[in-house]
Write a protein that binds this ligand. Structure first.
Ligand SMILES: Cc1cc2nc3c(=O)[nH]c(=O)nc-3n(C[C@H](O)[C@H](O)[C@H](O)COP(=O)(O)OP(=O)(O)OC[C@H]3O[C@@H](n4cnc5c(N)ncnc54)[C@H](O)[C@@H]3O)c2cc1C
Length: 446
């Protein structure tokens, strides 16, 4: 039997989910807190561009949207490292032909909303979920004039992001709801690199740029309008922190000393630094995500993660694909679909949350370290020679959408332990290509 399905939140995941559900014949309505962003001017300093990788693309492909979305993406084939001493290094992300895609979150969201509407989905804007009555299967939305409307639901999805109201309602009315929220001590701020005076990209376009500086870092991703969005990940407090850079002079002195090659490309960075918001980064783990056959959390509402593996959206899109596979197998048995969805996805969401926190250390501390670069080179060679046996952790997460995140975490930990022992070998810099080293690595794999 086809359902009337209500979705809270028309973000990236809610919009894609609605298309999956409509394709299965359900009647879907989305209720979104904000105004229609397609009719609004975007607020400064919140442009956020995202890395869309193979998991997200696979989920888009399954509903025939990958080609539409690729049109608004810029391929990034590797990391372009800007060292503190002014030197540069380039690390390909994977094998030749493998890349991740820079896409503007807002442009992607608007495109997904357009596509959802094309599939007959109604999106109701300015409707903020404020309460859910689980006994009556009712949900209450409030509009900007504080007018309330109460709706009945058959099946409800909470895709209302990291600070989900639907999740709060699940928590408030559940006897055993586990909830864990963890803020890292760094926040982030966006800055802009405009096009050059002759209208070109100011940096290599097909790369994700990183300025790793140990306790903090700046990254830059390209946009279709030939700008780069830079994001500074920086401590909130401490000797070098947002709180200490409290005058234009201090901010300028810090940037000139720390990012000397970026400063000439960012004519307005001091103003942006003081006008653009400083935002926090949170990991949320919770359980259970579902309620009988009538409710599920999905996307960031179920599992908010920090952005250092570029997987939050990819993971949310994968939730939609897995849910769809379960619909295929279980027909209209929603109690089973939702139970299996939670059983499958919870360990994977926990795994990518941990991988993402760990990758912050890797990006800001290790990408500038020559020994780390050598390790990555050895792993890339191993992958080339033994493509099934050795897949670098980054490639498992980013380019192997059929490897579960939980499996990638375990395999990655095992490989890292092996590599740590190999990197301790005397004279590894000169003998890393030897048969002896290869044998030692392979022996340590089962
Ligand atoms: C700096 C940064 C960089 C990132 N980089 C990447 C990356 O490179 N790759 C990647 O895959 N992911 C990345 N992410 C994560 C990605 O942005 C999120 O995982 C993704 O947006 C989650 O989508 P969502 O639809 O679950 O939530 P959201 O996109 O947050 O959408 C939630 C929607 O629900 C609405 N809403 C909220 N509350 C209510 C309510 N009470 N009632 C009704 N509607 C409501 C909101 O207005 C919003 O439209 C990054 C995140 C950040 C912050």
């Amino acid at each position: 039997m086809k359902k009337e399905i209500t979705i809270v939140g028309a973000g990236l995941v809610g919009s894609l989910l609605s298309i999956y559900l409509a394709k299965r014949g359900h009647k879907v309505s989305i209720y979104e807190r904000r105004n229609d962003m397609r009719k609004e001017q975007m607020s400064a300093g919140r442009s956020i561009n995202l890395a869309l990788s193979d998991r997200g693309l696979l989920a888009l492909e399954k509903v025939g949207l990958a080609d539409d979305i690729k049109e608004i993406c810029i391929p990034m084939h590797g990391r372009y490292i800007h060292n503190a001493d002014g030197t540069h290094a380039y690390q390909p992300y994977g094998k030749e032909g493998q890349y991740i895609n820079s896409v503007s979150r807002a442009t992607l969201n608007m495109k997904l909303m357009d596509l959802a509407e094309k599939h007959g989905i109604e999106i109701h804007f300015n409707q903020k979920c404020t309460a859910i009555d689980w006994k009556k299967n009712e949900i209450i939305f409030e509009d900007p004039n504080l007018q309330l409307q109460t709706l009945n639901f058959d099946l409800l999805f909470g895709s209302d992001g990291a600070f989900s109201a639907a999740r709060l309602q699940q928590q408030l009315h559940h006897q055993k709801f586990d909830y864990n929220q963890y803020y890292i001590d760094c926040g982030y701020k966006e800055l802009t690199i405009p096009p050059t005076p002759d209208g070109n990209f100011a940096l290599e376009v097909n790369a994700l740029h990183i300025w790793p500086r140990k306790d903090y870092m700046m990254i830059a991703l390209p946009n279709l309008d030939k700008t780069f969005t830079c994001t500074l990940f920086f401590p909130f407090e401490g000797d070098l922190s947002f709180s200490k850079l409290d005058t234009k002079e201090k901010a300028a002195a810090f940037f000139e000393a720390t990012f000397p090659d970026a400063v000439p490309l960012m004519p307005d960075y001091v103003n942006e630094f003081f006008h653009n918001p400083t935002s926090s980064l949170v990991t949320v783990k919770c359980f259970p995500w579902v309620r009988d056959d009538r409710f599920a959390l999905i996307g960031d509402a179920a599992h908010a993660i920090v952005p250092f593996f570029g997987q939050g959206m990819n993971c949310g899109f994968e939730d939609c694909r897995i849910l769809d596979e379960l619909m295929e197998t279980n027909g209209d048995d929603w109690a089973t679909i939702l139970q299996q969805y939670q059983t499958l996805r919870k360990p994977d969401a926990d795994a990518i949350a941990d991988l993402a926190v760990n990758n912050f250390t890797e990006m800001r501390e290790r990408t500038a370290d020559p020994k780390f670069l050598l390790q990555k080179k050895i792993e890339a060679e191993l992958h080339k020679k033994y493509p099934e046996l050795w897949i670098p952790a980054y490639s498992q997460v980013t380019f192997s959408p059929h490897i579960r995140y939980s499996e990638a975490l375990l395999r990655g930990q095992k490989q890292e332990a092996i590599m740590q022992s190999i990197m301790q070998l005397p004279d590894i810099e000169n003998k890393w290509e030897s048969e002896e080293v290869e044998r030692m690595i392979l022996e340590q794999l089962d």
